[in-house]
Structures are given as structure tokens and as C-alpha cells.
Design a protein. Sequence first.
Length: 368
Amino acid sequence: MPPTPDGIQGSDFIVEKSNWRNTRLVPSPIDGRLDPSEVLFRVDRFALTSNNISYAMAGDTLGYWKFFPAEEGWGRIPAMGFGEVIRSEHPDVIEGERYFGFFPMSHHLVVQASSVNPTSFSDAAPQRSDAAPVYRQYMNSKHDAMYREDREDQMLLLRGLFMTSFLVDDFIEDNDFFGAQDFVISSASSKTAIALATLLARRSRGRVIGLTSPRNCAFVESLSGYDEVVVYAEIKSLASDVPVVFIDHSGNGEVVDSLHHHLGDNLKYSCMVGGTHWDSSNRSNDLPGARPTFFFAPAQIQKRAQEWGPAGFQERLGDAWHRFDASSDAWLEVQRGAGAADLERVYQDILDGRAQPHHGHVLSLWDA
Ligand SMILES: NC(=O)c1ccc[n+]([C@@H]2O[C@H](COP(=O)([O-])OP(=O)(O)OC[C@H]3O[C@@H](n4cnc5c(N)ncnc54)[C@H](OP(=O)(O)O)[C@@H]3O)[C@@H](O)[C@H]2O)c1
């Protein structure tokens, strides 16, 4: 998009907060003048998975809509992306450098650089001030130990999701596996679930069982992390006489109810991580077995950062990430899309669960 005399033209992909199927592309001209410390990014490309739909789901409760404000009643869903600095009013943020972090699905983003160091800076914009530091941080690719130029797409698609699964796996180990012999993972075809299955399988501490829908069953069976794959309608075929940990990525009330009733007291821990089946019914209260408990990643990060030290934490995470990243080539097929029409098509497919599980969508609002 060519610069105009007084600024820069661009647009934002916005979503109606009360109906996420309703989207619009709205012009978003940027005033060429930046305030001191402000940085203008060209949003190069970003990943889109079900996790981004969860940001819309939790937009009001967890504040994701506040990150990148839009007109009344509409929101900009955050996505992991790469942006290139095209103007900077901060002396230590250099034009032409490339950063990894949360971006809106837009052509551009203006942030307010603070806590700048060679590896990263934080956006100090007031609307993001109460977000966790990880949601405000931009990592400079030149100095990011986990960055590899030829793995940018994998990093966009998997790095954030992997971090959660690394913490869930660590939390389970830290609790002596809750005495479980089986680990049941729902939405087994999701990238977050695949990461967890891969990590749990490596520990060889019990069977890793994937729950999925019929359309994704063959794909999940083709993965190396799962010992057994069961479709949702056949939960009752699972062994119910051994201790089990359940990690839910579906948020599907019917699935959760059915598993709790089937396993009863043998369900030793029920860990709520995600809600891919966002249009399903809610789970019941007072279910048999362990009480469903939301996974709170920051608590495990804090615990391990204290025990291992920040460098020890990063080293363990980095080692596990590099192994998982390399193994993802066996199942992940990156699909690049460019321009508003590609974004709209992929967004609607992901929203309605039509996307192929082996596809990893990396998109840009810029035309190819
Ligand atoms: N709490 C956290 O910190 C955290 C961090 C990362 C991810 N998560 C959550 O983990 C979940 C997985 O995220 P992801 O990005 O890894 O997902 P993904 O790879 O995009 O997962 C796609 C899978 O989700 C299921 N699905 C997606 N949309 C659906 C729909 N509309 N109806 C029915 N099924 C649908 C299908 O799996 P099946 O057929 O196998 O069910 C589909 O193959 C998300 O809910 C995400 O928010 C949470």
C-alpha cells in the first residue's frame, strides 16, 4: 500500500464481538507523525489457529479485546506474528529490524516502546497495561535464541501453543502424574494437544490417549504421540478401571460430562486448557471424579522460574521446543495466505472447525 503525503494507508480485519462470523475490513490510516518512543510496525504475517478464536471467546473476561481497540461493538483478534519496524521514535528500536509478538490482523501497528533491551521491548500503550508481560512483549529476531529464519512459520504456529503444553506436561510431572496410568487428551488433533501428547509420550509414564471427532480420527492415528485414539461418541470404550488424568482442549460440556461419569473416582485430575468446541453446551456442575480445574500457566512459570532460575527455565523450554519443532515436520503442512480474501476464508474455516488439522495457516493482509 503506498504512503500518502500525510500518513500511511492500511486496514484492519475486525470481528463483531456479538457474532464472530461477521467480519469487516476497515480502513485504518496511520498518521505519519509518531510520538516519542512510538514505533510503527508493518505487520508482515501471523498464524491463525483455534487458539485465536479463544481470544475472542475470552475477549471481555480476560481482556483480549483491549489489546488492539476497534470501533464500538467490534474487536481485533490478537495473533502471533512478525512485524518489521518501518518507523521508530525510540533510539534503541531500529528501523528495519524484525520482531515476534502479538499483532492485530492488520497492515500496521503503532506501539509505545518501553523496557527496551537488545532482545526485546514492551508495549506501554495504556490499553495493554494490565495484560501479562508476555502479551506485551516484542522479541527482536536478531537476538532471540529460539529464532531461526527458516523456521519462522513453525514459530508463529507452534511456539506459543507449545509453551502451554510444556507447562502442562511439567505441571503433571511436578504432581507425580497424579498417580495416573492413562492420560486422556481431547481435541487431540489440535496443535496444542499434539505438543502435549509428544511431551507426555517422551516420559513413558503411561498411555497417551487422544479423543477426537470422526473427521480428524485418521490424522490423529497417524501421529506418533498417541497410543490410542477414540472418537468422542465412544468415550465409554475407554478403560475405566485405571487412574486417569484428563486434559481438555475442547471445552465441550457433553464430552467432559461423559468422561467424568465414565471414569468416576478413577479420574484423578481434570485439567481445563482450551475450548475449541466453542459452540457446544457447557459442562455440568458437581461431576464425579476430580473437580475440573482451569490450568493457570503463569503460576507454573513462576514456580519453575524460582526453582530453576530464569535461565534454567529458558534452557529447558528451548531444548524441548527445538525437539518438538523438528518433529513437527512429520505432520505439519504450512499453508500461506495473502490478502483479505484469504484471511476471511481461513478465518471462517477455523471458526467453524472446517480447517484441516495438519494445516498450519500463516496469513498476511498484504497481497502476495
Ligand atoms: N489456556 C491456555 O493457555 C492455552 C494455550 C494454548 C492453547 N489453548 C487452547 O487449546 C485449544 C487448541 O488450540 P490450537 O490453536 O492448538 O487449535 P488448532 O490446532 O487450531 O485445533 C484445531 C482442532 O480443534 C477442533 N476444533 C476447532 N474448531 C472447532 C469447531 N468449531 N468445532 C469443533 N471442533 C473444533 C478440532 O479438533 P477435534 O476434532 O480433535 O476436537 C480441530 O482439528 C484452543 O481452545 C486454545 O485456546 C489454551
